[in-house]
Design a protein around this ligand. Structure first.
Ligand SMILES: C[S@@+](CC[C@H](N)C(=O)[O-])C[C@H]1O[C@@H](n2cnc3c(N)ncnc32)[C@H](O)[C@@H]1O
Length: 249
């Protein structure tokens, strides 16, 4: 039976909002428990690959409780976290900002309220898989990125080794919902991870979608044998952007 939090079509965004609204208070604790703390290391890797320069404007899309936004700020960026879940943002806003500037804003990843080219860095960590329109979301993130800017995506992956993949899916099917039940009282919410991953195109699909973005130079890193992956798409500098020649009509 499919997970009730996973819906296709028009109900997708509403159900995702319900899900994160329900688990916001326990989200950080469960992240630590289910990944044995490894998500912190993966996020650090994402931040390093963002190559932040002090003063860079950085947008963290689907920021949730703000792990990545706050880490971008610690690196010296003027960081902004955007999410559509007010309960997740409320947790983020209560966290201390150390060593930089971070602001949080409610908004939709599919309609970013920013002008073209505003940011030097855009990140999305564990967010892309949840969007009702993944290519549309990526186009929005690409639009608000300036020349030479970096778009970084961290999310669950699908290992190519069949035994490792089976063991990992079994872990997501059994251990993670059980943990969700004991810690947040909601096994169904944590069963959503596997359901959303089944529908997620993962490494190869993300690579393909990024390849559709004008001029993107795409790189990929697999973590823990492909259990997680990071993609970085770099926008060409203004001088190297090829403008399409208008067709004769
Ligand atoms: C799994 S959490 C990730 C939170 C955080 N980035 C992290 O790595 O821990 C996914 C977040 O995406 C947000 N989200 C999903 N779809 C969204 C959309 N269309 N616009 C804005 N936020 C969205 C959810 O509200 C949730 O906070």
């Amino acid at each position: 039976m499919s997970n009730p939090y996973y819906q296709t079509g028009e109900r997708r965004a509403g159900r995702v909002q319900d899900l994160f609204g329900a688990i916001a208070g326990r989200y950080d604790l469960l992240n630590d428990l289910q990944s044995f703390g490894l998500h912190r290391w993966w996020k650090r890797r994402l931040i390093r690959l963002a190559r932040i320069r002090p003063g860079d404007e950085a947008l963290d899309v689907c920021c949730g409780t703000g792990d990545v936004t706050l880490a971008l700020a610690r690196r010296g960026a003027k960081a902004m976290g955007l999410d559509f879940s007010e309960p997740m943002l409320a947790v983020a806003r209560r966290r201390p900002v150390t060593g930089g500037r971070a602001t949080f804003l409610q908004g939709d990843a599919l309609k970013l309220p920013f002008p073209d080219g505003r940011f030097a860095v855009v990140t999305i960590s564990y967010g892309l898989r949840n969007l009702a329109d993944m290519p549309g979301g990526l186009r929005e993130m690409w639009r608000v990125l300036g020349p030479g800017g970096r778009l970084l995506i961290l999310d669950f992956g699908k290992p190519t080794h069949p035994l490792w993949r089976r063991a990992y899916f079994l872990y997501l099917e059994t251990f993670v919902p059980l943990l969700g039940r004991f810690v947040s009282g909601d096994a169904v919410a944590y069963g959503y991870i596997l359901e959303s991953l089944r529908h997620y195109p993962a490494q190869s699909g993300v690579r393909e979608m990024l390849g559709e973005l004008a001029g993107a130079r795409v790189e990929e890193w697999n973590l823990l044998g492909g259990v997680m992956s990071i993609h970085r798409a770099t926008k060409p500098c203004a001088a190297t952007i090829q403008h399409p020649v208008a067709a004769d009509v």
